[in-house]
Design a protein around this ligand. Structure first.
Ligand code: SAH
Length: 226
């Protein structure tokens, strides 16, 4: 493509304004999202629509999440913190897809451990992170139901695929007061925030209706089981 001098900055600014109008209040989130070029994660054919508030296809039957939902989930995950910069040591992301949400999370954590079940997407997300020079996200090809490291403790878990019920054993790898943010349900899904309290008890809060791909068990080399 000839260099027209067009930088996407203006359309990205207008996306941030849309998020603000939709009720995203945490300026830390808006600031991070204003620094992540979303078009990088998409095929060039989709670049003209890259900053619209909609999910878009990224092949293998998957999508890049809608900017509003990325903003909302990040806002919920960090809501109990109030400083700027890296408020968390370690966050687990399940269903990292092309890595857009991972890039946003990288602003808030020393380390992001991301798991994705479709092999070529893992490769793609690694390439996307190196294009953006983000080096605190580690992508793992695996199944988010089980392939996380049970010896680590997380300051938060964000999952971008919808299980029928939330996987209860994820609570065991959360630190106290940390949250699991994820969609739960089948044809009808709700955004859930599950906070770990004293004695491994949990507090569950249900938010808006959402529409995510299902959280599927196992892994695939080519996405053919989706
Ligand atoms: N986070 C992405 C959205 C990806 S869509 C973004 O920023 O745009 C959800 C992803 O979850 C898909 O790539 C899908 O393959 C993945 N997924 C579904 N079930 C999974 C599982 N059990 N473990 C890991 N990833 C899973």
């Amino acid at each position: 493509m000839p260099n027209s001098g067009f930088t996407f900055r203006r359309v990205r600014e207008s996306m941030i304004e849309t998020l603000l109008n939709l009720g995203i209040k945490d300026f830390r989130v808006l600031d991070a999202m204003s620094q992540v070029p979303r078009h990088i994660f998409l095929d060039e054919a989709f670049w003209p629509r890259a900053y619209e508030n909609r999910s878009l296809t990224i092949s293998y039957g998957q999508t890049i999440s809608q900017p509003y939902i990325v903003a909302k989930m990040t806002e919920l995950l960090i809501a109990h913190t109030n400083s700027r910069g890296k408020v968390f040591e370690r966050v687990l992301e399940i269903g990292s897809g092309c890595g857009y949400q991972s890039a946003v999370l990288s602003f808030f954590c020393e380390q992001v451990d991301a798991i994705e079940r479709i092999k070529p997407l893992v490769q793609k997300s690694r390439e996307n992170m190196s294009k953006l020079k983000i080096n605190n996200v580690m992508f793992k090809f695996g199944d988010g139901y089980q392939d996380w490291d049970s010896s680590k403790k997380y300051d938060g878990i964000l999952c971008a695929a919808s299980p029928r019920e939330y996987p209860k054993d994820l609570i065991s790898i959360l630190k106290k007061d940390a949250k699991l943010v994820l969609p739960v349900g089948g044809t009808s899904q709700k955004l859930n925030v599950i906070r770990k309290c004293e004695n491994d008890e949990v507090e569950e809060i249900f938010y808006d209706e959402v529409s995510f791909v299902p959280m599927l068990a196992g892994t695939t080399d080519d996405g053919s089981d989706v």
